[in-house]
Write a protein that binds this ligand. Structure first.
Ligand code: PBG
Length: 325
C-alpha cells in the first residue's frame, strides 16, 4: 500500500507522536565518563584539546566524581598519569599506583554509588609510550600479557568494579580472567576493548594521558580501519576467552562494526566515543559552525541506534544535563 493511502509524515506531526514512535532512547544509565588522574594535591591541568576535561589529582578527582554522580551518571573510566614510567609499565602494578589510590579514595567517599571501570594498558606507564614490553622494536605479546595481568589484579584488589583491557594483545582476556579467578575475584567483569582500531581519532587523548608512542605507531597491535570481518574474529575470541562486555572503538567511523557485532553476538556492547570525536564537535561549536547540544545528542542516538548498550563519552555530564532538563 503506497501513497496516497500511506503517508509517513502522519506520525511526525507533533512531538508527542514523534516521541511515541521513537525507536532509540538514551538514558544516564548508558553512560560512562572517562577521567584522568595525576599525582599531587589540588592539581587541575586542563587538557587544551578537550575543553572541560582535565588531569586531576586524587582529591579533585573525588570532587569531580561527586559532581558526576549528582548528574545521574553512574560510572567512570579511569586513566592514570604516573609520577614515573619504566620500560615495562610495571609502575602501574603497585598497590600505590596512581589509579589504585584514586579507586580507594573514590570508593571511600562514594561507596557503590559510582561504578569504577579501570582501563588496563601499559601505554601511560612505559617510557616509550607503547602498550607493552618492547622486544626487537615491537611490542612482545606474551610478555605484555603478564604485566597486564598483574595490573588487572592490582586494580581489582584496589576496588575496581570492572576491568577494561585496551591494549589489543592476543590472549589477554584469558590471562586476566585466569589471574582474577585464581585470586577469588571471579565476580569482577571484564569489558574488553575487543575491536579497537589504529585510529587518528585518539590524537587528543594522547595529550591527555601523556601516552603517545615515542617511535613508530600502534598498527602492529591495533586493528586496520579497513577490516570488519577481522573485528568479528577479535570479538568472538574475546567472548571465548571470557569477556563479559565487548567494545568497539572508536564509535562514529565504526557504526557499521557496532551494528554487525550486535547482529552477530549475544553480548552487551560498549562503544567508545573517543577524544577526537569529542574535540571535533567542541572545535566546530567554538567557531559557531554547529549547534553543539543538538549534534551531541544526535551522536549519542546514532551510537545507540547502531546497537551499543553502553557509551563511553567525554560528553557524559553534558548529555545527562540535557536528559535532566
Ligand atoms: C590506551 C588507550 C587509548 C585510548 C583509550 N585507551 C589510546 C591509544 O590506544 O592510543 C583512546 C581514548 C580516546 O581517544 O578517547 N591504550
Amino acid at each position: 500500500m503506497s501513497f496516497p493511502i500511506t503517508r509517513l509524515r502522519r506520525l511526525r506531526k507533533n512531538p508527542i507522536l514523534r516521541n511515541m514512535i521513537s525507536e532509540t532512547t538514551i538514558s544516564v544509565d548508558d553512560l560512562i565518563m572517562p577521567l584522568f588522574v595525576c599525582p599531587g594535591k589540588k592539581v587541575n591541568n586542563p587538557i587544551s584539546s578537550m575543553p572541560g576535561n582535565s588531569q586531576l589529582s586524587v582529591d579533585l578527582l573525588v570532587e569531580e566524581c561527586k559532581k558526576i554522580v549528582d548528574t545521574g551518571v553512574k560510572s567512570v573510566l579511569l586513566f592514570g598519569i604516573p609520577e614515573t614510567k619504566d620500560e615495562h609499565g610495571l609502575v602501574a602494578c603497585g598497590e600505590n599506583g596512581i589509579v589504585q589510590q584514586a579507586i580507594r579514595a573514590i570508593k571511600e567517599e562514594l561507596k557503590n554509588n559510582l561504578l569504577i571501570v579501570a582501563d588496563v594498558c601499559n601505554c601511560e606507564y612505559t617510557t616509550h609510550g607503547h602498550c607493552g614490553t618492547i622486544v626487537d622494536g615491537d611490542v612482545d605479546n606474551d610478555l605484555t600479557i603478564e604485566t597486564l595481568s598483574k595490573q588487572s589484579l592490582s586494580l581489582t584488589k584496589a576496588g575496581a568494579d570492572i576491568i577494561a583491557p585496551s591494549d589489543m594483545m592476543d590472549g589477554r582476556v584469558k590471562a586476566i580472567r585466569t589471574i582474577l579467578d585464581e585470586n577469588g575475584l571471579y565476580n569482577t567483569p571484564i569489558l574488553s576493548y575487543a575491536a579497537k582500531y589504529a585510529s587518528g581519532f585518539y590524537g587528543p587523548f594522547r595529550e591527555a594521558a601523556e601516552s603517545a608512542p615515542k617511535f613508530g605507531d600502534r598498527r602492529s597491535y591495533q586493528m586496520n580501519p579497513s577490516n570488519s570481518n577481522e573485528a568479528m574474529r577479535e570479538i568472538q575470541l574475546d567472548i571465548e576467552e571470557g569477556a563479559d562486555i565487548i567494545m568497539v572503538k572508536p564509535a562514529l567511523s565504526y557504526l557499521d562494526v557496532i551494528r554487525r557485532a550486535k547482529d552477530t553476538f549475544n553480548i552487551p556492547i560498549a562503544a567508545y566515543n573517543v577524544s577526537g570525536e569529542f574535540s571535533m564537535v567542541k572545535a566546530a561549536a567554538a567557531n559557531g559552525w554547529i549547534d553543539e547540544e543538538r549534534i551531541m545528542m544526535e551522536i549519542m542516538t546514532s551510537i545507540k541506534r547502531a546497537g551499543a548498550n553502553i557509551i563511553i563519552t567525554y560528553f557524559a555530564k553534558e548529555v545527562a544535563a540535557v536528559l535532566n532538563k
